[in-house]
Design a protein around this ligand. Structure first.
Ligand code: DMJ
Length: 932
């Protein structure tokens, strides 16, 4: 082999392509590290590892079995409602639905997992089903990126293992490259997306009609994410090499070449979003998470798979930049590509959890251990990695769609270090999945890691990736029927054989740029990492790196923030931070002035902050001003979030749910406050009349129970009074708007009726129609349905199952009809945590959280600075003008015109304004669009 192997990663020369070991276990030179390890965490016995492996198998059966039984041939399982998600038949979730092409996505994404998990018979059946049932010619617009990594990757992974099995002589003897033919058909369907002058693909394509034709309903997009355009080479090259049709590899290479050309030349970083026609960076922030992640992954892995040096050179150049600017161990923080010393945000997204695994593959173990440890502590705090969390480890975006990236990194770190600590980490992941995400019909994504509430969603990557990495973590060589080290994992964990490096390589060098940066760092030599450097004869190496980070999450002192301050250690005064700013402090006002920020008192009492970079005393002051404005925007948006009442949970605790189904509920501004150590448990009963707008005619049915009432026709408070008078101990209002769901509509608080509502003592929660129908269906099926109303789901099984078993139904009904004051430690500690969080982030007197609630809106019409002026004078790039923003104190927002509903405590209008004007706030939404 001429590529990586040809470079000779030390000696002796392995039997097969040297990188074969790299593929499965990270840099093959690291494998020997396993034997170096002798102490640290207690080793795990073979029995225990087998037990955990079997648990993973059982979990996979639960997920896959329910998909096949209740969802197939739909793309995905909806585990709460136990049916298939068919695009067009469910309310649109926006771009996340672009992964669904009516091609039995989960089945295809699961193919090679079946083989890894030793389910050869099931694999054989699954392949037959794919060949019999899957249609790739649907009139549906799909994401090119998702279709490539999940479907093309899934078919190729399936083909790779099918031919391996066939060769072994027992299974798949009938197989005749049918999956490969399907992959090729799909590959040709994706090609029209590349019809741009840049060679970067359109982000979406119609499977039947391609691009731009009127019936295609796509082709008008101008932007794509870097990962979307840069995560094709493994699948496309594999397709070319398997089939001999070189066009796929050529197109993927061309897109990569273009991205490389467009890197920001002084920082060597790439932005998150790029214009596919002009090649201009649309979003100039740069990190290793959402929107960019797998672009880096594919450069390194393309080198491994294809043996083309140019990919390694590019990867190393980017890696150097990442470690210089983005890596602030243990954090990885986004920066601006033109001003890489400037952090672009103060939070991290969950997708970056793959990066430690990639660092292992690169051979840079120390920062991998550090970041992984930080992430693990965040997980220990919230049970899962929230979609985004701040540099001081608070939840920024509370969702968790069962992402596999952390399990992936855990697996690679275990392979590299042999430290049983990582087995314990894997065990925790398994426990948390079973405890918090497992529902009777599969595993449900977490809607909010703080409340433990679920979303009716089980993404296909959960089966493609999570179970592979968890199973492999505990498996010994003999537990797997083939040599995993002969394959490389794609970003969706599909397996491609390393022998492709020597097959059909006619286009390897075509179309690649010849200009590379020379690097003097010895890490970038054409050699593998030296195990002596990675593990300096210290069996406690990994542990010694983790040790100082033991409490990094609890006692957070993020380096991202220190870094800014460090740069002023020289004696210069540190710049003013938004969190310290006091509008009454003359010194602060003076600093604002220097930074080109003016404070304008409007006639209506509002205050605006406006930055004109051109008015700053120097370009450094202008930069400080820019950062101050960004911080102020972020601070205020964070505080608005904290002001919102967090969602509540309705947990179904009776048989057969036993607390496993947790529904996201909206709180009420009146009645019992469930966040104050109270939870209410009781059986549910529908009120008559169902709208609860008059005295109930069935008080005997709702007495001592939680009444279900339909939304509409009168005030929420009136409904509450009527059910309370009938003796209900709580109420759940179910939306009358059919099909509504918390997946697609923002939660809100039920407002009072403008009068004194102190007389309402019972707790009231709101459920959208889809969540409500889960309870209504349960009543139809099981009659007696008991629920728990709380601010955070209570731990489920075995506790609830025991409760159920030990108390006869009547008893339990009486017992549960009480309002119980929770003394559980979990609730206490949550409260403590949130009060700490508030105090941590409370801004000084003059900008109290309440003020900030009103303060942080940005008035676009007040942009007065001239972008060109800014650019010339301050030597800042165009972003500077984006941040020529104004912060204005907004007068008390009127209650929603409908007094019955108040949207998130006056937060909604501010959010909308911020969303229009704050790039950082939009970032996550963009990320969802582009890639998630
Ligand atoms: C997967 O589909 C892939 O790993 C992708 O690269 C990014 N993330 C999802 C799972 O989180």
């Amino acid at each position: 082999m001429s590529g990586a192997g040809g470079r000779g990663c030390g000696s002796p020369v392995p039997q097969r392509a040297p990188w074969s070991l790299v593929a499965a276990t990270a840099a093959f030179c690291l494998v020997s590290a396993t034997s170096v390890w002798t102490a640290g965490a207690e080793p795990m016995s073979r029995e225990e590892k087998q037990k955990l492996g079997n648990q993973v198998l059982e979990m996979f059966d639960h997920a896959y079995g329910n998909y096949m039984e209740h969802a197939y041939p739909a793309d995905e399982l909806m585990p709460l409602t136990c049916r298939g998600r068919v695009r067009g038949q469910e309310p649109s979730r926006g771009d996340v639905d672009d992964a669904l092409g009516k091609f039995s996505l989960t089945l295809i994404d699961s193919l090679d997992t079946l083989v890894v998990l030793n389910k050869t018979k099931e694999f054989e059946d699954a392949v037959r089903k794919v060949l019999r049932d899957v249609n790739l010619d649907n009139d549906v617009v799909v994401s090119v990126f998702e279709t490539n990594i999940r479907v093309l990757g899934g078919l190729l992974g399936g083909h790779s293992l099918a031919i391996m099995l066939k060769e072994k002589g027992e299974y798949m003897q009938w197989y005749n490259d049918e999956l490969l033919q399907m992959a090729k058909q799909l590959g040709y369907k994706l090609l029209p997306a590349f019809n741009t002058t840049s060679g970067l693909p359109y982000p979406r394509i119609n499977l039947k009609f391609g691009i731009r034709k009127p019936e295609a309903r796509t082709g008008t997009e101008t932007d794509t994410c870097t990962a979307c355009a840069g995560t094709l080479i493994l699948e496309f090259a594999a397709l070319s090499r398997f089939t001999g049709a070189t066009i796929f590899e050529e197109y993927a290479r061309k897109a990569l070449d273009f991205l490389w050309e467009k890197r920001q030349r002084s920082s060597n970083l790439v932005g998150v979003t790029i214009n596919i026609h002009t090649g201009d960076w649309v979003r100039k922030d740069s990190g290793v998470g959402a929107g960019i992640d797998s672009y880096y992954e594919y450069l390194l892995k393309a080198y491994v798979l294809l043996g083309d040096d140019s990919f390694l050179e590019r990867f190393n150049t980017h890696y150097d930049a990442i470690m210089r600017y983005i890596s602030q161990p243990p954090l990885l923080l986004d920066v601006h590509i033109h001003k890489p010393m400037l952090n672009a945000r103060t939070w991290m997204d969950a997708l970056l959890a793959f990066f430690p695994g990639l660092q292992v593959l690169k051979g840079d173990i120390r920062p991998a251990i550090e970041t992984h440890e930080m992430l693990y502590q965040v997980i220990k705090k919230h049970n899962f990695l929230p979609e985004a969390f701040t540099t001081d480890f608070r939840v920024h975006w509370a969702q968790h769609p069962l992402r596999p990236e952390f399990a992936e990194s855990t697996y690679f770190l275990y392979k590299a270090t042999g430290d049983p600590y990582y087995l314990e980490v894997g065990k925790t992941l398994i426990e948390n999945l079973n405890k918090y995400a497992r529902v009777p019909c599969g595993f449900a994504a977490m809607k909010d890691v703080r409340t433990g509430s679920h979303e009716d969603r089980m993404d296909s990557f959960f089966l493609a990736e999570m179970f592979k990495y968890l199973y492999l973590l505990f498996a010994d060589k003999e537990d797997i029927i083939f040599d995993i080290e002969d394959y490389i994992f794609t970003t969706e964990a599909h397996l491609l054989p390393l022998w492709l490096s020597t097959t059909n390589q006619s286009i390897s060098k075509k179309n690649t740029t010849s200009e590379y940066t020379e690097l003097d760092d010895s890490n970038f030599d054409w050699t593998c990492p030296n195990t002596q450097i990675l593990f300096p004869n210290d069996p406690l190496y990994a542990q010694s790196i983790r040790e100082p980070l033991k409490n990094v999450v609890d006692k957070s002192c993020p380096r991202g923030i220190i870094r800014v301050e460090e740069s002023f250690r020289s004696g210069a005064k540190p710049p003013l931070r938004a969190r310290d700013f006091m509008a009454t402090n003359p010194e602060h006002l003076e600093i604002l002035k220097k930074m080109g920020v003016s404070l304008i008192h409007l006639k209506d009492g509002r205050v605006q902050l406006v930055q004109h970079a051109i008015q700053a005393a120097s370009s450094i002051d202008a930069e400080d001003g820019l950062r101050f404005m960004q911080e102020m925007i972020e601070l205020s948006s964070q505080q608005q979030k904290e002001q919102q009442l967090p969602p509540r949970a309705v947990q179904i605790v009776s048989h057969p749910f036993f607390g496993r189904v947790v529904l996201t509920a909206g709180p009420a501004q009146f009645g019992l406050d469930l966040s104050k150590h109270k939870e209410t448990r009781g059986f549910v009963a529908s009120s008559k009349p169902y709208n609860g707008c008059s005295e109930l005619t069935n008080p005997e049915a709702v007495m001592g129970k939680i009444a279900l009432i339909q939304r509409g026709q009168c005030m929420f408070a009136e409904k509450a009074r009527n059910i309370q008078n009938a003796g209900a101990i709580g109420g759940i209002v179910i939306d009358d708007n059919e099909g509504s769901s918390s997946d697609t509509a923002p939660l809100f608080q039920m407002a009072g009726d403008g009068k004194d509502t102190d007389d309402i003592k019972i707790p009231m929660l709101f459920l959208f129609s889809k969540e409500g129908s889960i309870i209504l269906d349960a009543i139809r099926e099981y009659e007696e349905v008991e629920v728990l109303l709380s601010d955070k789901a209570k731990d489920r099984d075995p506790e609830m199952e025991n409760e159920e078993q030990s108390s006869p139904e009547n008893d339990s009904q009486n017992q549960s009809a009480e309002q119980v004051s929770s003394s559980s430690q979990e609730v206490d500690s949550v409260d403590q945590e949130s009060s700490e969080e508030n105090s941590l982030n409370s801004p000084p007197e003059s900008l109290s959280p309440a003020d900030m609630d009103n303060a942080a809106s940005i008035s676009p019409s007040e942009q007065t600075s001239n972008p060109t002026e800014n650019h010339e004078t301050t030597n800042l790039n165009g972003e500077c003008t984006d941040l020529d923003n104004q912060l204005q104190e907004q007068s008390e927002t009127e209650e929603d015109s409908n007094p019955n509903v108040s949207w998130g405590k006056k937060v909604q209008p501010i959010d909308s304004i911020l969303a229009d004007w704050n790039e950082d706030i939009e970032a996550f939404e963009m990320m969802e669009k582009d890639e998630l």
